[in-house]
Ligand binder design. Sequence first.
Ligand SMILES: [Zn+2]
Length: 279
Amino acid sequence: MLLRSLAFLTLFLASASLAQEAQEAREPEEDCQVATDAPEGLRRLVAAYPDVLCGATATELLWKDGTRMPYETRDRTTPMDEEDRLNSADLRDQMEQPYPAGKDAPPPQWGEDPGRYRCEAFFTKLYGDTQQTVAKNTIKTKWLDQKNIRFSALHTASDHLEAIKAELKRLPPKLRKIAEPTSGTFVWRKVKGKKTAKGNSTQRLSAHSYAVAIDIAVPHSDFWGWVKPDKEGRYPYKNRIPFEIVEIFEKHCFIWGGRWAHFDTMHFEYRPELLPQCL
Ligand SMILES: [Zn+2]
């Protein structure tokens, strides 16, 4: 009798733990939703990448695979140098500055760099954390100048690039000519900064590493790293890219480096979370 009870108890405990395991595995799917107190930034991320994200709490982003990613990873009460903040950006940094799309948006004020803050843990999970994994998910296509380029096929990024190409082709010849040359899309590299004795590379991965950025129109482009800073260390804003080109990219969920105080006007990048019409 005692033996039989023990056997029953063991069986009971084993099935209870199995049930618990099953519940843990199911949890991400079942409980995954956007909580009423979830921050706006997390809501926009869930709306922008619905294939992999399923919810948010007041403090975390919830992935369909069960991963929980913190909205904030550092204390906000102590001020941080801009370069350090760019190098260690969390999701809050990434989502905090509003991106001002449209013809009437004024040039960026010093300190405004919307979209330049990228949470590396988020992007490497979205697109891959090595050159090989990112490359596996790219497609090969041709830009307007017939140059072969690679772009990520994940999260509908390359579909949007194709829509942009089709619209750029319909621009009047003068404008089309400006958008025609590309100087590249997918390159596994760090962000370029000011030239120093140690070179001109920063510590953080460029959006080009994730195969979601394209540089075009270099002869008509301006980059903060090419100009002299003023007495306060700020870079006088410059842009020669016609708005008709920018407008097409923004319509299809790409942000433009010309919206940054650290301007990079050749640079366009697929970032649906920053454009309201893409959510
Ligand atoms: Zn670029």
